[in-house]
Design a protein around this ligand. Structure first.
Ligand code: EPZ
Length: 428
């Protein structure tokens, strides 16, 4: 397994092209199953998760072509042409779904288009059990019959889905996306109450509407979908990745540097920008993105609780912890979304961070400096928090199991090296 070697202590200064958002691209790709006409998606990032979902869509009978010239993601990412002219299988097999739980997003589109689906239960992952009960209850609200058998969800709606009110007991990004896609072809109108408000939800609604759907209210906690008979093809450009942008803004902050984040949008950064500014970073809107800087002396402590959008995103929690490990004082980070998302803590401690855990709250006592050490990545965002810590640490850090990084960070080494990072990827 490859590892990444970083010699830290260097101030980063340069420009990084922010890629298309993984968490927007995945539901958008699943939406291609809703139409028998082609969906062309631009600005698709080169990521393992995208490849996994493309394999799953091909398994259902879609063709997936990479049209855009493969410019290595330097500018604008790839263009995918997804065409599910016919669905030849409504089964999403365990060996694909277990690799990536977002595969469960084919459930809604399959039931909507075909009246049935057999999708493996995704199983848990490193950060938690991650059940899909809200997805299933929502589909039942729309008239689907759900049977769990042999580790699979068997969903059926032979007469099609019927519009209805779906009230989520708590916010779920995936359940909101699955139900929105299921409802676009239902008979009648569906209302999703207490829906997730993430920008990725709005991106999906924009794409569905471009395909002929009638979705309104995306971005608010009440989304209304008027069912239509069919969807046609469309072209859509995936929004830029606000979590990647926040991650590289944290890289500028942790090294006391300055990075121009091309493609980043301040209106999507929200609570990320607020928290980074509180810790001493500065954001400036520049013609095609954002400039993230931390010149002021020292990193200030910040108290954070992760929340659904527009609150502070759980996907930035580990990155902030790496930054706050070097703050002038004590910070608290409370993880209120997932039950087990502190696996980066023991690895950061190996580098000298002083972090104690009390239930879902981490208390981070800032230290003068971190030191390099061999560490292990455990999940996508934990692995990138180790990269951030290594960029600031004195000495050399080897990060193992970097396949976790490849799931969500396109060409990380190639993006950081030109900004002055001493970073290389070492084949196993
Ligand atoms: C999406 O996951 C993202 N993944 C996650 O990003 C992100 O952390 C999460 O939303 C929260 O923002 C994609 O978009 C592909 P949820 P999702 O449903 O949809 C519980 C990353 O690093 N829950 O909003 O799975 C669940 O266990 C990944 O890019 C139920 O109990 O998240 C969690 O505790 C990690 N039952 C909470 O709700 C359900 O039916 C929020 O989960 C659904 C969720």
């Amino acid at each position: 397994m490859d590892k990444i070697r970083i010699r830290g202590g260097l101030r980063l200064k340069g420009t990084i092209n922010i890629s298309g958002a993984k968490n927007a691209a995945l539901p958008l790709m699943a939406a291609s199953l809703l139409s028998d006409e082609p969906l062309v998606l631009g600005n698709i990032p080169h990521l393992a998760d995208i490849t996994t979902l493309a394999q799953l869509l091909v398994n259902h009978g879609a063709t997936v072509e990479t049209n855009g010239h493969d410019d290595g993601g330097n500018t604008g990412g790839r263009e995918l042409r997804l065409h599910a002219a016919r669905i030849t299988s409504t089964t999403a097999p365990y060996d694909i779904v277990r690799k990536m739980r977002a595969s469960v997003l084919v459930l809604g589109p399959l039931v909507a288009r075909m009246g049935e689906a057999k999708v493996s239960l995704p199983g848990g992952c490193a950060i938690g059990a991650r059940p899909i009960d809200l997805h299933l209850k929502g589909l039942e609200n729309l008239g689907a019959r759900i049977v769990l058998e042999d580790g699979y969800v068997h969903a059926s709606a032979p007469k099609g889905l019927r519009g209805n009110e779906v009230r989520f007991p708590f916010v779920s990004v995936g359940a909101t996306e699955n139900l929105m896609m299921a409802a676009v072809l239902a008979q009648g109108t569906t209302v999703l109450d207490n829906a997730a408000r993430e920008p990725e939800i709005m991106d999906l609604a924009d794409c569905l509407n471009a395909m002929g759907a009638k979705v309104s209210g995306a971005g608010s906690s009440r989304i209304e979908i008027q069912g239509v008979a069919r969807l046609h093809g469309a072209q859509h450009r995936v929004m830029s990745d606000r979590i990647e942008a926040g991650t590289y803004a944290a890289a500028a902050a942790v090294t006391g540097g300055e990075i121009d984040l091309i493609g980043a949008r301040l209106e999507h950064m929200g609570a990320i920008a607020v928290a980074l500014a509180e810790s001493g970073s500065h954001f400036e809107v520049i013609p095609d993105g954002l400039r993230a800087t931390r010149h002021v002396r020292g990193i200030q402590p910040v108290d954070i609780t992760t929340q659904p959008y527009p609150g502070f995103p759980t996907d930035m929690q580990a990155q902030m912890m790496a930054l706050l490990a070097l703050a002038n004082g004590a910070s608290t980070v409370t993880e209120a979304i997932f039950e087990n998302r502190f696996m980066h803590v023991p690895e950061l401690a190996r580098m000298g961070a002083r972090i104690s855990l009390q239930g879902s709250t981490a208390i981070i006592r800032g230290v003068e400096s971190l030191h390099g050490a061999p560490v292990m990545a455990t999940d996508l965002r934990a692995s990138v928090s180790l990269v951030l810590a290594a960029l600031a640490a004195k000495g050399e850090t080897d990060i193992g199991r970097v396949y976790h990084l490849d799931r969500g960070y396109e060409r990380l080494v190639e993006k950081l090296a030109p900004c002055g990072a001493d970073i290389e990827r070492l084949p196993a």
